[in-house]
Design a protein around this ligand. Sequence first.
Ligand code: SF4
Length: 345
Amino acid sequence: MFRSFPRRSLPFARSLATHAAPINSSRPVTRHDWKKEEIQKIYDTPLLDLVFRAASVHRQYQDPNKIQLCTLMNIKTGGCSEDCSYCSQSSRYSTPTKASRLLDIEPVLEAARKAKANGSTRFCMGAAWRDLAGRKRGFERILEMVREVRGMGMEVCTTLGMLSPEQARQLKEAGLTAYNHNLDTSREFYPQVITTRSYDERLDTISAVRDAGISVCSGGILGLGESDSDRVGLIHEVANMPEHPESFPVNALVPIPGTPLEKNDPVPVHVLIRTIATARIAMPTTIIRLAAGSPWDEDKAMMGRWGLEGMRSFEQVGVAKKEGERLEQGAHNEAAEPVAATATL
Ligand code: SF4
């Protein structure tokens, strides 16, 4: 379940996430004024106490037997000008990943149909580049992909590097559900991982996405050489955003030969557990996504063994709220169609 993938190095990867239950007014409100010391104290709690507390919070805010299956596809691989030291797709390192052009629309739609048939209710499209500058035609193609995948009744996510407020607005208009833009690690440790863009530039894109009414998916990678304090710093940063991210993906580094982090040690499992549990407590309504890259059959078998159920599209309360009228319209259209497929509401 925790088999993670080198960021954007596989054509497909599926992630698993918990499911948010409907809002219950008796729950405490979520906090946005965390002090770093408070989060550090949670992180340092004896492990079994921490797990118990996180599981208790989880049950208050989430349906513990539901997870979301999400498929990630690279729509443009390799040749990236950025220097993220963990990434096989940076053109600065000699890795086995070969650069390719932006894919045509149809193969992407075919992959989305297959993902939906295999139970994924969110489809994420990732492009390896710094931003969309000078990519007008490519962006139009991506907007069309977003419209088409959304038309299948799936949640649509993209990860396309830095965005301007206008690009975020266009993505929202095309039907984008969520935008992935990871902070990766703490503000302090970030310059040791990436030098071609700043932490504040990351935060600017996240603000543009949030302001456009798109759900934010922003998390980190463990095993970059960061300390406990950096993991706490990452959670502190996202937990104090004006809105908690709708999703907090937790990746574990798979060291890629040829990258500066090729010799990093695997992240210990107790570090993964502490990070996930602390994020759960600090951001109780957020979906914690485990970027795993499991084959579909393995996911299905595991869910069967564990009695887990896949969630439907737009079942997460915050996501449904942001979808607003579009979702109501979709439900109306489905009701009007005599051969409507599975309802997404
Ligand atoms: S921006 Fe960084 S993580 Fe993304 S593809 Fe480029 S090098 Fe890799």
